[in-house]
Ligand binder design. Sequence first.
Ligand code: GLN
Length: 471
Amino acid sequence: MIREMAKDKAGAEKRCNEAYEKAQKLQPVLNDVITFVDPADQLAHLPEDGLMRGVPIALKDNVNTKGIRTTAGSRILSNYVPIYNATIVDKLNAAGAVTIAKASMDELAMGGTNLTCFTGPAHNPWDPRRMTGGSSGGSAALVASNVVPMAIGSDTGDSIRKPAAYNGIVGVKPTYGRISRYGIIPYASSLDHVGYFTRSIEDACISLQVLAGRDERDMTSSDRPVPDYSKLLNSDLHGRKIAIMGNVVESIANKHTVGVFNDLMDKMKAKGAQVDVYHFDDALMKAILPTYFIIANCEATSNHSNLDGIRFGVREDGADMKEIMTNSRTKGFGPLIRRRFVIGSYGLFEENQERLFRKAQKVRRLIVNALHDCLKEYDCVIAPASGDIAPLIDESKDQDQLSDTYMVAENYMAIANFSGYPSMTVPMGFEDGCPLGVNLTCRAWDEETMFDLGKAIEEITGYYDLHAEVK
Ligand code: GLN
């Protein structure tokens, strides 16, 4: 899609204006946009050429855009207008991409529902009674409803790969350091990744080519060369070694999902792949979620100590500085965020640090070592991205959060944030008219293999340019 659009130079203006109008038309149903961006000015300044010339795109609203409000889905930043662009915005502009929307997201990218945005929940294009998943839910909905072929997201625990599954699209979290994070409002710096959604593997390749590369303003970015990923694409499965994450599959209660997944594995085998069930230590798998929460909450508490109503954002009245900060933070954040800051502060107290934060870092290392060992032998680990289709918005609260289904099947994908390894979700099937996704994680810097395997899956399922017609 992206390649054809970029070639069709004469169609750029019409295409981008139509995307902008369609997003507005769907907004009453999907509520997936926080701020609409009029494409006129960008269209007047399009480069002569570019991999995304005249291609309409959307940005998650934690991506700083000069002169355009950037809220990160939080009331406290609801009046924040950045004075600079994130590096990826400059890169996208240089490639000719045209931003039409800043997409809805869970507040400060915390959460997996997209129900916590200060502008209200985003709705799933396949069935608007259902959630999009989060935290990059608005971006996912804009791609799944065929408004834009690509949207930026961010992924700290699974925030691209889970909504990709719920929306029937491709969701990519590349290797840590592959895409610059300069100008992205952070969540948890050791886990945060910039990534994106598309509706085909080829578009995923083109997008990474545009976005990746060293940025002097982000010391965690890598100077490895950026290949033309789409030229390297090869869906041949002969000789590929795939490890099914046995613990995840066993923790899924929904037999239909397991059936769809096993069927896909059989077809990959038939096409020449070696597919084995691999068992990780159960204790390590169950430790992923608690370890994630301690590290993520502690880092978030520290990163967001500058959101005080004084330096940035919405200020509440108070008799003195302390009271202004207390009032601004109390009213500026939703209940989930406030709870997480309490947990994060507790983990960072001097007397708790060794027992909580430092210990979590050690457990993280053990989990990464186990994944690393598996990937010495296999090209990728694979499992359903979720046990079920997107939950109904009002049913989302009744989950047993200590069950294996929740702790392992629904939250294992943070393993790729712990390790920084590239990880991607692609659609694999349907239930009740709503999509199911499969997730694969490969070795560090081996996006090439990840895209190859994704391409093979795309050919098996036929899910290319999958999208919903919103009623
Ligand atoms: N659901 C996870 C959380 O609540 C993941 C969020 C993310 O990846 N940004 O933190």
